[in-house]
Design a protein around this ligand. Structure first.
Ligand SMILES: *Cc1c(COP(=O)(O)O)cnc(C)c1O
Length: 399
């Protein structure tokens, strides 16, 4: 009897061993302070090409001051879920500002972007409905689909023609259908054909959700996202964003019509049954949003750096998505090779994460370079040179 608990959990040892054998283990590392451009790691300052803090606002003194002030006024924790007493003035102010920024009727805040996606999908679909997802869409969208009980259908990455064919055949099987895509894909840095998707959604009477997690603050006029860039924001029924990336804070949001937001507010379990994000996180995001709008040089710098690095990597032989974004994937194939390149770059002073399955599909291991507005052209040039050197070292005959 006494060895039963161990036997029950033996499968976990096997799972951990299998992961290690396939070079898929990850060790959590406690990092030191970051400036946006750099991050302290093991006592060394590295150039940081690993964060989603695209506008370098997470460490901005004005953002920190806004958070500090709100924490002094409202306390640190929100203390309750929003429907009880967890919805404070900073939440309200941020929600209003985001709605006006996104030119939407209303906005709802969630503890994270993950919770926003999951909650919105659970509020909008149930058994008898279907969710059509781009194959590379984020885990939170998949998780929402699973939790909702709706059928989960997957279409090939960016392939709106295929989606159209599938819907032609299957639309009649379901009551309500939600099509969901990312506005800027988190691991590939490419963008979906939103005008076509919006057209398909209208044609087949489907709801359309665009997850703008990586696009908010980065893509489109004033950083309003991919839907705004393609001028389809009005026909995208649900736009989800995060405060945790370009806005340098923590939290998620959904914008849409007032009716949609009222419904989500009453039907999203991740909104109803989870504590509000800290008021200070909301205040910080609000200040970050203000800065992001009033300092367009951040987006311009990001775009210039992205173009420059994409050009260098293309000349080295990698295929990069058009138009270039601050997310630049360097495909290396095997997890082992990707880890080796990431380690070598670390030695040279660059923090560039090795992204391996299950974050990306099997065979899709890559370095994921992410740029931010605090990087300089010299930083990017140095990184490109280091990558060129690694390629030459691996394959000396090539040069
Ligand atoms: C990061 C991310 C999320 C989740 O946002 P968090 O605020 O980090 O929880 C959702 N969707 C996509 C595409 C993301 O990359």
């Amino acid at each position: 009897m006494s060895d039963q608990p161990r036997a029950t959990l033996d499968w976990i040892d096997t799972a951990n061993r299998d992961r290690a054998d396939q070079h898929l283990s990850r060790t959590l590392q406690a990092r030191g302070p970051s400036t946006g451009r750099t991050i302290v790691d093991g006592g060394r300052a590295l150039l940081n090409f690993a964060s989603n803090d695209y506008l370098a606002l997470a460490c901005d003194p004005r953002v920190i001051e806004a958070a500090t002030h709100a924490a002094r006024t409202f306390g640190w924790g929100a203390g309750a879920s929003p429907a009880v007493v967890g919805w404070k003035l900073p939440h309200q102010e941020l929600a209003q500002e985001l709605a006006s920024f996104e030119q939407a009727e209303a906005c709802l805040l969630f503890p994270t972007g993950f919770a926003a996606n999951q909650g919105a999908i659970q509020a909008l679909t149930s058994p008898g409905d279907a969710l059509y997802l781009d194959r590379l869409a984020h885990a939170s969208l998949v998780s929402g689909a699973r939790a909702s009980g709706a059928a989960l259908r997957v279409y090939p990455h960016l392939d709106h023609a295929r989606l159209c064919e599938i819907l032609q055949r299957e639309r009649c099987r379901y009551r309500r259908v939600l099509i969901a895509t990312e506005g800027l894909f988190s691991m590939d840095g490419d963008q979906p054909p939103l005008p076509q998707l919006s057209h398909i959604a209208q044609h087949f009477d489907c709801m359309l959700l665009v997850d703008e997690a990586h696009a908010t603050g980065v893509v489109g006029p004033e950083g309003r996202g991919a839907a705004a860039k393609h001028q389809v924001a009005d026909s995208v029924h649900v736009r989800v964003g995060t405060l945790s990336k370009a806005l340098g804070s923590l939290g998620g949001f959904v914008v849409g019509t007032r009716a949609l937001i009222t419904h989500v507010q009453h039907a999203a379990p991740t909104f109803l049954y989870s504590t509000s994000l800290p008021p200070a996180a909301a205040a910080a995001a609000r200040e970050a949003l203000r800065i992001s709008r009033s300092e367009p040089w951040r987006r311009e710098q990001l775009l210039a750096l992205s173009g420059h690095l994409a050009e260098r990597l293309t000349r080295l032989g990698w295929n990069l998505p058009e138009p270039p974004s601050p997310i630049l994937p360097v495909h290396l194939g095997s997890p082992e090779r990707t880890k080796a390149w990431s380690d070598a770059l670390l030695q040279a002073g660059f923090l560039v994460p090795a992204i391996r399955p299950p974050t990306v599909p099997r065979g899709g291991a890559r370095l994921r370079i992410s740029l931010n507005a605090a990087h300089t052209s010299a930083d990017v040039e140095a990184l490109a040179n280091a990558i060129a050197q690694l390629r030459t070292r691996e394959n000396p005959s090539h040069d």
